[in-house]
Design a protein around this ligand. Structure first.
Ligand code: ZN
Length: 259
């Protein structure tokens, strides 16, 4: 069977780096034919800014049939997976290594929900935008150089995505790509936060109780500590050290609980 190159892995690849994903019914079969190969990601804004922007991306507009991009990025950082096939989003333009005036058959389009005046990006959205681009580029074996703004590619006067400094954007994408191990996902961090707060909540003024809470139950009077089964046999201190070590790679979403 011939290789079509369609990115039917989009949802999995985004989820694997901890991003929230909504898979639209039928996305794997949606598109204007098959990709020839995959060379990069083209970044757009919707110029709408509302929760229904995805409808135009999926269904199109009177002068242009949908789908208009493979992905929609909501303001809260959630990715909607619209299509796996070719979409009409690039128009005419050029970029080193991409075929001139024919990028639709070679690059994945992300339409990020925004008014389009460059002032309404949310931190969660920008973070997800970079992480998502890095995840896709990593999957197709490309570097941050192939993460391109529509306005950089287009010779039709496009301005999107407005307000995003693409040199800075590509630097951050490159940093995500260079990480050897995956950062913790948002849901992992939330679970840890909840666990730590629940775990530390009932500490009393009894020294033995505190030591037990920190180190595990067995043999506490002999100075031997078993650790906690739910922490993989580690004491709370060891587990926290592991969490902090992993958070150094995560950086942005973690708010330390008040211990
Ligand atoms: Zn665009």
């Amino acid at each position: 069977m011939s290789w079509t190159g369609d990115p039917i892995w989009l949802a999995d690849v985004l989820r694997a780096v901890g991003l929230r994903v909504i898979e639209h019914e039928g996305w794997r079969d949606r598109g204007h034919g098959d990709f020839r190969d995959l060379r990069g990601v083209l970044c757009h804004h919707t110029a709408g800014g509302g929760t229904e922007d995805w409808r135009i991306v999926q269904y199109g507009r009177p002068d242009l049939d949908g789908p208009l991009a493979q992905l929609v990025l909501e303001r809260d950082g959630t990715f909607r997976v619209i299509a796996a096939g070719v979409c009409w989003h690039a128009g005419r333009g050029s970029w080193p290594g991409w075929p001139t005036d024919n990028a639709n058959y070679h690059v994945i389009g992300i339409e990020a929900v925004s008014r389009g005046d460059g002032t309404d990006w949310t931190p969660a959205q920008l973070d997800a935008y970079k992480r998502g681009c890095a995840a896709i580029l990593g999957r197709i074996g490309r570097t941050a150089d192939d993460c391109v703004a529509h306005r950089e590619y287009s010779r039709e006067g496009k301005i999107d995505p407005a307000g995003i400094d693409m040199d800075e954007f590509r630097r951050d994408v490159a940093a995500f790509l260079e990480r050897k191990d995956a950062p913790m996902s948002a849901s992992e961090v939330t679970q840890l936060q909840e666990f730590i707060i629940k775990f530390c909540g009932p500490i009393s003024s009894d020294v033995k109780d505190i030591r037990e809470q920190l180190c595990g139950l067995d043999q506490r009077d002999l100075g031997q500590y078993a650790g906690w089964p739910q922490l993989g046999g580690h004491t709370l201190v060891d587990a926290l050290a592991d969490v902090i070590g992993r958070l150094d790679k995560f950086e942005s979403r973690f708010i330390p609980p008040a211990l």
